[in-house]
Design a protein around this ligand. Structure first.
Ligand SMILES: CC(C)(COP(=O)(O)OP(=O)(O)OC[C@H]1O[C@@H](n2cnc3c(N)ncnc32)[C@H](O)[C@@H]1OP(=O)(O)O)[C@@H](O)C(=O)NCCC(=O)NCCS
Length: 337
C-alpha cells in the first residue's frame, strides 16, 4: 500500500480525509467537541499563506483510510514542520500509521528542515480514558515529549455570578489606570499594529518546554488576513484588549473563537499580558470581560475549552478560578530529523 500526495482539489478525497478525522475523534475522544466540518473543508481549500501544507494519504479499496497533514511555516520558524496523523479506526494496526509518520519525517528532512512536531491527545491524571497507541508509535519513531499541555473545560453556566463579579472587581481595582476595548468578528484597523506587536512576543512568553520555536514576525497585514481566515472557516471570533489610559500600545489581549460546529462550544485562544504590565490582574480582567461579551453574542455557548502548558502556573490559576477543570493532555512530541 503506497503513500500518495492528495490533490486538495479532489473533493471526494477531501471528504474521505474528513471521514477519517471524524471517525478517529469518535473512537479516541468522543466526549471532546468534534472537529468542525466547515472549518476542515475551508482550511483544506484555502490554506493560510503563512504556511505550505501537504496532505499524504493511504488507501484501502480506493478510499483514503489514513492521512498525514504536513505543515511548513514559511514566514518564520523555517527550521521546523508539524504534522497531524490519523488512521481510520477500522484500519489500524496494519502499519499505516507508522508508514505515514516515517514518510513525513523523510519529507521534512528532504525539505531542509531540522525538527518535526506531532501532537497527540492522552490521559491526564484521573481524566477520561484516551487512546495511548499514538504515543507508543511516536516514541518508537524517535519522537520525545517536548511540551505537555493540559486541556481544561469550563461549564460557563455553572460559574457563580457573585464570584465572577468579585474576580472582576478585584481586577478592576488593581488595573484602574487601564482601559479595555472589546471587539467582535474583526479587530478594528487601528488596533491591528499594536496587537501584532503584542502577539509577536507570545512564543517567547508562553512556556514552551523543549519545543524549538522562535517568535513569530507578525504585522498588521498578517493579523488582518488571519482574522479573515477565521471568518471564512466559520469561526465567530471576539476579544478584549487592554491599554494604559492615554497610550496606544496594548498591554493585554484575550480571544475566544466559536466554530460553526458543534455550536455550543467556544475555544479560549491566546491570552497574553505584556511583561511590562504584569501584576495588575489584567489577565483576569480581559478574560472575564470577554466571557461576558461571549454570553451576549453567543448565548448558546455553554462550554469553553482551553489548553495551557502544565508549567504555566499563573494562567492555570486564573482558569481554575473561572471554573476550568482538567480533562486530558496534549503531548507535543518533537523529533530531530
Ligand atoms: C496513532 C495512529 C496514527 C496509529 O495508526 P496505525 O495504522 O494503527 O499504526 P501502526 O499499525 O503503524 O502501528 C504502529 C505502532 O503504534 C503503536 N500502536 C498502535 N496502536 C496501538 C495500540 N492500540 N496499543 C498500543 N500500541 C499501539 C505500536 O507501537 C505500533 O507498533 P507495532 O504494531 O509494531 O506494535 C492511529 O491509531 C490514530 O489515528 N490514532 C489517533 C490519532 C493520533 O493519535 N495521532 C497522533 C499520533 S501519530
Amino acid at each position: 500500500m503506497g503513500i500518495e500526495l492528495i490533490d486538495v482539489n479532489d473533493a471526494a478525497a477531501v471528504e474521505q480525509l474528513l471521514d477519517v478525522r471524524l471517525a478517529a475523534h469518535q473512537a479516541d475522544e468522543p466526549d471532546n467537541p468534534a472537529p468542525c466540518r466547515v472549518h476542515f473543508r475551508v482550511s483544506v481549500a484555502q490554506p493560510s499563506d503563512d504556511e505550505e501544507i501537504r496532505f499524504f494519504g493511504v488507501r484501502a479499496d480506493d478510499r483514503v483510510v489514513g492521512y498525514a497533514a504536513l505543515h511548513f511555516p514559511i514566514k518564520d520558524n523555517l527550521h521546523f514542520a508539524y504534522a497531524d496523523v490519523f488512521v481510520h479506526p477500522e484500519h489500524r494496526r496494519q502499519g499505516l500509521g507508522r508508514s505515514l509518520v516515517e514518510h513525513v519525517k523523510t519529507v521534512t528532512r528532504d525539505a531542509g528542515r531540522k525538527n518535526i512536531n506531532i501532537d497527540v491527545v492522552g490521559v491526564w491524571e484521573n481524566g477520561p480514558k484516551r487512546f495511548e497507541g499514538g504515543r507508543a508509535l511516536l516514541e518508537s519513531c524517535g519522537f520525545k515529549v517536548a511540551l505537555t499541555s493540559v486541556n481544561r473545560h469550563a461549564d460557563i453556566t455553572a460559574l457563580d455570578p457573585a464570584e465572577e463579579q468579585r474576580l472582576l472587581d478585584e481586577s478592576l481595582a488593581k488595573s484602574a489606570e487601564y482601559e479595555t476595548i472589546a471587539w467582535h468578528h474583526r479587530v478594528p484597523e487601528e488596533l491591528l499594529p499594536p496587537l501584532a506587536q503584542l502577539n509577536s512576543i507570545f512564543l517567547s512568553q508562553a512556556p514552551l518546554g523543549d519545543l524549538a520555536l522562535e517568535e513569530e514576525k507578525l504585522d498588521a497585514d498578517r493579523m488582518r488576513k488571519s482574522g479573515e481566515r477565521s471568518i471564512a472557516r466559520g469561526i465567530e471570533v471576539m476579544g478584549v484588549v487592554a491599554r494604559r489610559k492615554g497610550s496606544t500600545e496594548l498591554a493585554a489581549t484575550s480571544v475566544i473563537g466559536v466554530p460553526t460546529e458543534p455550536g455550543d462550544v467556544g475555544h479560549q485562544w491566546i491570552t497574553l499580558v505584556d511583561p511590562a504590565h504584569r501584576g495588575h490582574r489584567l489577565g483576569m480582567r480581559v478574560k472575564v470581560e470577554n466571557l461576558r461579551q461571549l454570553r451576549v453574542v453567543r448565548p448558546k455557548v455553554t462550554r469553553i475549552c482551553t489548553d495551557n502548558a502544565d508549567s504555566n502556573a499563573h494562567m492555570i490559576a486564573i482558569n481554575e478560578a473561572l471554573g476550568f477543570k482538567a480533562v486530558d493532555a496534549l503531548y507535543e512530541y518533537q523529533a530531530d530529523v
